[in-house]
Design a protein around this ligand. Structure first.
Ligand code: EPZ
Length: 419
């Protein structure tokens, strides 16, 4: 799996329609939420990507029964055969931390591997652990595992020091089975979290949204199963919209929810890109002159850190100097050095990338460093003259469903080489 290469012959014009898959970052916590009930769940629109397969395996390891076929997951955890989520199953993803909250809530015991995931910064988990400890869990970290025990979780008042996506999801899920009321302040409220709230509510959880990004949860003794459709992936949406802005491409993105991606659409509008927005479709028309911009990443509804790398590639084609400030993660610029190997002129100063455009990119041999960086490098290959080989492409398949096939259908000359 790890020795995968994607080979692109660049400068082909892309046109046509691409359909967006379900959101990986919604499906991950939603699958973990299945731990909260012994009933059956049916999820549709689940992207067939590696991080989801890893989550599914980890759930099977603790006693889940089910199947994952044609973007549908049927799953039931009638009883927990173990509280163990071992390293070898889960080390490449963040799934283990999402399992921790629901598992301790239902089982009173969890031994989960410390989370992996993209090497994009420190990725601390102190808010998760602090919240669970306040709920009554005893937590130790030993030999790369988080070991949590609790007779019963109790409702708490906890305000996150900073917004955390999986931190909010974890404490929210744990609180649905805790005794009494939980108040969570300064929550992240990404669309994926709203979708998780929709699922949990359909399971019988009592969750209300309060002022200033707070959530108030009244704990229940049991929750029931559900049938749930995962929302479309806004980061995949954004990635194909950015692909549509390259060369004189003309792409229609289908199964899109424009509302989720307003911050990107605003940025692109300021860059002079011509975009037509319909109800579930976004059309990107060819643009002759792309203007440079200054933008900073922020929690939703701000500009997403998960599109920073892809926008960087586009800005190599803007006429002038752009700056992107990365405010969420402290090491999320590794794609820059790879893009520079293709002829980009990007300098990183502190947490800002300064992109001098427009540069003609030429093919080369580069390496994926993380999931979104992989997508950014593919976009680089699409505009580079000649052949680009992107190594370590396993990263891409952690979060993008069939990306080489989707690009190929739009007209790209792209192939995947597995060894
Ligand atoms: C989620 O990661 C996403 N992953 C990431 O997507 C995304 O980049 C990130 O949110 C930000 O939007 C999933 O949803 C599975 P955070 P998460 O906790 O939850 C600090 C992708 O490409 N922090 O919101 O791990 C942390 O260090 C991935 O699909 C603490 O200090 O991110 C970071 O600076 C990559 N203590 C900031 O908060 C904590 O306990 C935001 O992190 C938790 C977080």
């Amino acid at each position: 799996m790890y020795d995968m290469k994607i080979v692109i012959n660049g400068r082909r014009r892309l046109s046509g329609t691409v359909k967006i898959s379900g959101a990986k970052n919604a499906a991950l916590p939603e699958l973990a939420a299945a731990i909260l009930s012994s009933d059956e769940f049916e999820f549709c629109g689940v992207p067939e990507v590696e991080d989801i397969k890893v989550m599914f395996e980890a759930l099977k390891n603790i006693g889940a029964k089910g199947e994952f076929i044609n973007n549908k997951i049927k799953i039931r955890i009638p009883s927990l055969k173990s509280g163990l989520v071992p390293k070898d199953i889960i080390e490449t993803s963040r799934a283990s931390i999402l399992i921790l909250g629901p598992l301790i809530a239902r089982n009173g015991y969890a031994k989960v591997s410390l989370p992996g995931g993209c090497p994009i910064g420190d990725r601390k988990i102190d808010f998760h652990l602090e919240g669970l400890k306040r709920m009554g869990a005893k937590i130790n970290i030993e030999d790369g595992y988080i070991i949590a025990k609790s007779d019963k979780l109790c409702g708490i008042e906890y305000t996150f020091p900073n917004k955390s996506v999986t931190g909010t999801e974890n404490l929210l899920m744990a609180a649905t089975l805790a005794e009494g009321e939980t108040f969570l302040g300064n929550c992240a409220l990404e669309p994926e979290i709203s979708d998780l709230i929709k699922l949990l509510s359909s399971m019988g959880a009592d969750i209300k949204q309060g002022e200033n990004n707070s959530l108030i949860i009244k704990g229940k003794t049991t929750l029931k199963g559900s049938i749930h459709k995962v929302i479309p992936d806004r980061i995949e949406m954004g990635t194909y919209i950015i692909a549509g802005c390259l060369l004189d491409n003309e792409i229609i993105v289908e199964n899109a929810i424009p509302e989720y991606i307003k911050s990107l659409l605003n940025v692109l509008e300021n860059m002079g890109v011509k975009i037509v927005i319909e109800k579930n479709r976004i059309k990107v028309n060819p643009t002759d002159n792309i203007f440079p911009i200054d933008v900073g990443t922020k929690p939703y509804p701000g500009f997403p850190t998960d599109l920073q790398a892809q926008l960087t590639t586009l800005l190599t084609q803007a006429n002038g100097i752009s700056r992107i400030k990365e405010n969420i993660f402290n090491r999320r610029f590794r794609h820059v050095y790879e893009l520079n190997k293709l002829g980009a002129n990007i300098e990183v100063k502190g947490n800002t990338a300064i992109i001098k455009g427009k540069t003609e990119l030429r093919g080369g041999v580069i390496k994926s460093t993380d999931l979104r960086a992989s997508a950014a490098l593919l976009l680089g290959g699409l505009i580079a003259d000649g052949e680009t080989v992107v190594g370590n492409s396993y990263q891409l398949f952690r979060g993008y469903e069939n990306m080489p096939e989707k690009l190929s259908q739009l007209g790209a000359d792209i192939k995947l080489i597995k060894r």
